[in-house]
Design a protein around this ligand. Structure first.
Ligand code: HEM
Length: 185
């Protein structure tokens, strides 16, 4: 089975590994803020979340450009057309949310404004957004809700990938795995 290109696999795994880190940071920092614990640790957690989230947005821009230039390999003929449509729909929705969630986070910190990340480094302000606390509150709420929708889709995606690896054994999992792809039936 044709594997994904090395740069496609690299992009996939960089984003995939960043997501659980962003979730842990996001839930941890908001729990501390909810408990009114505004200390250096909370600020560090927020700073790391904002910097990594912005890095994921930049990676997604690069990933989209590469995706438009290099097509994904075809699915095996053993996969039913319904499953192919389902897989493509889930991948499309994940792409959409992987742009929407960090864009909403960036818009929210621009509106708040709270653009500082770590080591005194500030993110650029999102063009077209002016300070507005009420807007920031709404954008944060949408950011959190869509982040959970993204998390749910990612769990479904992982379950499907594991089904290919453990039950179907059709090489679909291996073609996205880092390293030299192995031959499978
Ligand atoms: C794919 C990227 C991202 C994911 C998966 C993600 C995920 C999350 C999650 C799970 C939360 C907690 C939500 C809650 O408890 O209701 C959160 C909160 C937050 N995120 Fe993100 N985030 C991402 C990108 C960003 C970016 C790019 C920024 C800003 C530059 C950002 C800024 C924030 C802030 C400030 C909060 C706290 C909101 C509040 O206090 O209500 N995030 N994020």
């Amino acid at each position: 089975m044709t594997p994904y290109r090395p740069f496609q696999r690299l992009m996939h795994w960089l984003v995939a590994l960043s997501l659980p880190v962003l979730f842990i940071l996001g839930l941890w920092m908001t729990a501390r803020a909810g408990a009114n614990l505004w200390d250096d640790q909370t600020n560090l957690l927020y700073g790391l979340h904002k910097a990594l989230g912005f890095a994921v947005l930049c990676l997604m821009v690069l990933r989209l450009v590469l995706k438009l230039r290099t097509a994904a390999p075809d699915y095996p003929s053993s996969l039913s057309p319904t499953l192919v449509v389902l897989a493509k729909t889930i991948h499309g929705l994940m792409y959409l949310l992987l742009f929407a969630v960090p864009l909403l986070g960036w818009a929210a910190v621009t509106a708040y404004p709270a653009l500082i990340t770590v080591a005194g480094y500030h993110l650029p302000a999102m063009p077209g957004i002016t300070p507005n606390q009420a807007l920031a509150k709404q954008l944060f709420a949408l950011h959190g809700t869509l982040a959970f929708a993204l998390g749910a889709l990612a769990l479904g995606h992982i379950a499907a990938a594991l089904k290919h690896l453990l039950f179907n054994r059709d090489g679909v999992f291996e073609r996205m795995w880092p390293g030299k792809p192995t031959q499978s039936r």
